[in-house]
Design a protein around this ligand. Structure first.
Ligand SMILES: *[C@@H]1O[C@H](CO)[C@@H](O)[C@H](O)[C@H]1NC(C)=O
Ligand SMILES: *[C@@H]1O[C@H](CO)[C@@H](O)[C@H](O)[C@H]1NC(C)=O
Ligand SMILES: *[C@@H]1O[C@H](CO)[C@@H](O)[C@H](O)[C@H]1NC(C)=O
Ligand SMILES: *[C@@H]1O[C@H](CO)[C@@H](O)[C@H](O)[C@H]1NC(C)=O
Length: 390
């Protein structure tokens, strides 16, 4: 009863008639203040219930058990390295590169030796000097160049072992060379078996007129996707963020900078994503960049590669085209594809199909294609002017 009155006093001054003779103030006042604070807290708890608990106390009865409290995404305490990496990456993303008066595209060739399609590329580049630069990383033998555009464009190269981190190292080396030219705004990684599908202007505008990097990226819950993840990558790389994608990227300058600035995530993949790791074959070149960019700038990547490859035969390697297969019809087929395709490696074999959206428009996905045998060169040279004008 006493408590009740005090409570009424606390918040109900206006209702209660003023006491006729004021009692000595000290003790009651003290209690009033205290009780007022408690009641304010109770009101506060009612108005802003701390989710589950408030629901249980105030509305008691049912509902209480079904209301599961969903914790906010736990904010990990970042390690020093992680904090540094995230701050640097965020700042690179917030700082647009200095606008070049003469924006160029860097074509970076990753090849064991000579490039079988140099003559075709020569045709592609002709008449567009000043708008591109070429870098050749020949990992096995010094290439013999037949096009003046390629002469003197070899960079210092090192051995590359398929599926190993040395592949990523070569990509980073190419980016480091290409970033030295401040006019290079977009960086395309190509192999010796890649060919262009469009003329230079088309490719140039497609890449320069967008702020997106074309990095292939999808979530594969199967053995060739998340199945390759190692918990040694924790805490920085969580399984839910592990992604997969073909290595043949094209990226904008900021993303090229990020690829070089990162050593934290790179080291995780170098140590824990390799063939034969814990009985699994993890290939850093298929997982490092897709996972990195999925984590740091998911909206900044297209999630598909502009280099077409045909996996439809379901073999260990993609289809490689022979001379007799290279026809106008084949090239027209490839250039007209306007959706990207990913198939998961679990029993579901789920097909993920997405329209290729370029600056909000649906457009054909591909600018380049692989894999072509060297014997297809003559056909391609012969057809080039025809199919590139599609
Ligand atoms: C790309 O980003 C720059 C700088 O933020 C902006 O000025 C430009 O309009 C963007 N271009 C496109 C095609 O969105
Ligand atoms: C790429 O996929 C991520 C989800 O993984 C999504 O957030 C992002 O918007 C996609 N990029 C584009 C350009 O649609
Ligand atoms: C081109 O595409 C059509 C329709 O999908 C298909 O029937 C035909 O076999 C394809 N031709 C080649 C050469 O790939
Ligand atoms: C190229 O296209 C022209 C006109 O469409 C056609 O006459 C010519 O036969 C084509 N050449 C080849 C090699 O397909």
């Amino acid at each position: 009863m006493k408590t009740y009155q005090a409570w009424r006093l606390g918040i109900g001054d206006l209702i209660m008639p003023a006491p006729r003779h004021r009692p000595p103030l000290k003790r009651p006042m003290w209690i009033i203040v205290l009780i007022s604070m408690v009641s304010l807290l109770l009101i506060g708890a009612y108005v802003y219930p701390p989710r589950r608990y408030a629901a249980c106390y105030i509305f008691s009865s049912e509902g209480c058990k079904t209301l599961e409290w969903i914790p906010p995404t736990p904010v990990r305490d970042y390690t020093d390295d992680e904090l540094v990496t995230r701050v640097v990456i965020r700042d690179i993303l917030m700082t647009p590169p200095v606008q070049s008066k003469n924006p160029k595209i860097a074509f970076m060739f990753l090849t064991p030796g000579s490039l079988p399609f140099e003559k075709l590329w020569d045709k592609f580049f002709r008449g567009h000097d000043e708008r591109f630069s070429i870098y050749v990383h020949a990992s096995r033998e010094k290439p013999v160049h037949v096009s003046r555009y390629f002469t003197g464009r070899d960079i210092r190269a090192d051995k590359v072992v398929w599926g190993k981190i040395s592949m990523v190292d070569a990509e980073r080396r190419l980016l480091a060379y290409a970033l030295q030219d401040p006019d290079n705004m977009h960086f395309v990684l190509l192999s010796d078996s890649c060919v262009p599908l469009h003329d230079f202007d088309y490719v140039y505008n497609y890449l320069i007129d967008t702020n997106i990097s074309f990095i292939d990226c999808f979530k594969d819950p199967g053995p060739h996707g998340s199945g390759r993840y190692s918990e040694h990558m924790l805490p920085e790389v969580e399984k839910k963020d592990f992604r997969k994608g073909a290595q043949w990227f094209s990226m904008k300058r900021q993303h090229a900078m990020i690829t070089l600035a990162d050593s934290l995530y790179y080291t995780k993949f170098k140590l824990y994503c390799k063939p034969g790791m814990e009985g699994r074959n993890c290939y850093a070149d298929e997982h490092y960049l897709p996972t990195l960019f999925h984590m740091v700038d998911p909206g900044g990547i297209a999630n598909w590669s502009v280099t077409h490859v045909d996996w439809s035969e379901g073999k260990w390697h993609p289809k490689a085209y022979r001379a007799k297969e290279v026809t106008y019809e084949l090239l027209k087929n490839i250039t007209s594809i306007d959706h990207s395709l990913h198939v998961t490696s679990d029993e579901m074999k789920e097909v993920q199909q997405k329209a290729c959206m370029w600056n909000g428009m649906k457009r054909p996905c591909y600018l380049f294609a692989r894999k072509f045998y060297p014997e297809t060169l003559d056909n391609l040279l012969h057809l080039f002017s025809n199919f590139t004008s599609i």
